[in-house]
Design a protein around this ligand. Structure first.
Ligand code: ADP
Length: 481
């Protein structure tokens, strides 16, 4: 029903006198009126004219009003019915209401009573029709989206799944009413939706997962955004998930990593040999150098070392991203690794007259991780603490056990990191360039490596820092038992 078109009313009554009288009243209200003399004709008129409301007498020959309502309801769920009845059949009117009639009029009725009932029911019809239009609009919109969309009820049963998702999930049957896990072959999605439904997840949480599907072909990498929807009391009554296919981006990222690691690998060995030649020169193995020559060789050596470090970091990062760093040790002795990391960094701290305090409490949980990776984490953090603190600074490494978690802090009283850069320093190649750090050589890859290793080991990395005061990096690693 468009807002401008008149309402269509069908009057079904075997008494022509009533049909004419009702028609007159309704037409004076600006409505379009059709009529029929019995239930059967009424059904035909409903099919032909698609009225908004049917005014129907109960007692009629051929097919009575009750039977007509019953049959029409099955095909036209939103059609409204007003029953006309004589005094003697009030009970029947009540029964008709139970069968789905919306209201009734007792004969004889006045034009004003007819108007009131019709207006009241049409108001409800308009609301229902608005809701039906809204629903259909939403359905078309969801169907037209290139993202996959999934709606589940509070029991994680599928209420709606658009065709984009059916294609992603390689699912061709009817999904309505099925359990989410029967259609989406991805435990992470089921888990995330479960958390949303139980109110444990933040609204709009985003997860990444891989969906394999039953059919052969490349696995599909997905980014999924989930959120709850609630009733007017705020109770969660279901959850919605929007799926983004990030397979092409992932593939591109893999190609880029492969490319970077090939280049890094290829340049590392010739550069190492250049470095050793320069070392030979510096040591005078090719004849003594004067001061100026020695200075030039030293500078060249420093630059070559910088590129070797960069290629090593690039290789490490691409290996970590590709998940090929090696098999994790199930019972890694964290305290031993921390001691070794401190030993590696101590000479650099001493060179800058910095104090390096170590407090490792006993009883740290064993962790499950790759030893070399974990050592790289703490060597990187300690090396940063040394490099980004002035001479004479104080650096502290502490480790405690907290609820089957090992909590390691690397604290310095150095330059600190401005708040708006605290996220960016974990991005590849990001380096802060200010008066304090301009001269410090680095690759901008240390912290991205640290973050990825910590997260791949199931841990978390936190940063607390204030410019001019210092920084504390906290690493939390779950115990393996
Ligand atoms: P690199 O040290 O090679 O530049 P990182 O990824 O390890 O790369 O660090 C990125 C940037 O973060 C550094 O350039 C530095 O500006 C800042 N940073 C890292 N650790 C600290 C720290 N402990 N104190 C102050 N700034 C730091």
């Amino acid at each position: 029903m468009s807002p401008d078109s008149p309402n269509r009313i069908l009057v079904v009554d075997d008494e022509e006198r009533i049909r004419t009288a009702v028609r007159r009243v309704l037409e004076s209200m600006g409505m379009e009126v059709f009529d029929a003399a019995n239930g059967r004709e009424g059904l035909e008129a409903i099919a032909a004219h698609r009225p908004d409301l049917v005014l129907v007498d109960l007692m009629m020959p051929v097919m009575d009003g009750m039977e007509m309502i019953g049959q029409a309801r099955r095909q036209h769920a939103t059609l409204a019915f007003v029953v006309i009845t004589g005094y003697a059949t009030l009970e029947k009117a009540v029964e008709a209401m139970k069968q789905g009639a919306d209201d009734f009029l007792a004969k004889p009725f006045k034009p004003q009573e007819l108007r009131l009932v019709i207006e009241r029911v049409l108001k409800r019809v308009a609301t229902l029709q608005d809701m039906a239009i809204e629903r259909s609009r939403t359905r078309v919109l969801i169907e037209a989206m290139s993202n996959g969309v999934l709606v589940v009820d509070d029991q994680a049963r599928i209420v709606l799944m658009n065709s984009a998702l059916a294609k992603l999930a390689k699912y061709s049957g009817e999904a309505y009413g099925l359990d989410l896990s029967e259609v989406i072959d991805c435990v992470d999605v089921a888990e995330a939706m479960g958390q949303v439904l139980s109110g444990k997840a933040a609204d709009g949480q985003v997860i990444q997962c891989t969906m394999k599907g039953d059919t052969p072909g490349e696995p599909v990498h997905l980014q999924v955004r989930c959120g709850p929807f609630r009733d007017i009391r705020g109770n969660t009554v279901g959850a919605l998930a929007v799926f983004d296919d990030i397979t092409p981006i992932q593939r591109l990222d893999e190609l880029k990593s492969e490319y970077v690691s090939t280049v890094a690998h290829e340049i590392a060995s010739p550069l190492s040999s250049v470095l050793s030649q320069l070392q030979n020169l510096a040591q005078g193995l090719a004849g003594g150098l004067n001061e100026r020559q020695a200075h030039i060789v030293e500078r060249a050596r420093g630059r070559i070392q910088g590129i070797i470090n960069l290629s090593k970091d690039l290789l490490d990062l691409s290996k970590i991203e590709a998940g090929v760093m090696g098999d994790p040790d199930e019972q890694l002795d964290l305290a031993a690794i921390l001691e070794e990391s401190v030993d590696i960094i101590r000479p650099a701290a001493e060179q800058k007259d910095q104090t390096l305090t170590v407090n490792i409490s006993g009883g740290l949980p064993h962790i499950k991780a790759v030893a070399r990776e974990i050592q790289e984490v703490f060597v990187n953090l300690l090396s940063n603490a040394v490099r980004y603190s002035p001479s004479g600074g104080a650096i502290e490494l502490s480790a405690i056990a907290d609820d089957n978690e090992a909590v390691v802090r690397v604290k310095d009283n150095g330059f600190g990191i401005p708040a708006d850069e605290q996220d960016k320093i974990f991005e590849r190649f990001y380096r802060i360039k200010d008066a304090n750090t301009r001269e410090i050589v680095g690759t901008g890859l240390g912290l991205p490596i640290v973050k990825r290793v910590v997260e791949a080991s199931g841990g978390r990395l936190e940063l607390n820092s204030r410019p001019g005061k210092g920084s504390t990096f906290t690493v939390r690693l779950p115990g393996s038992n």
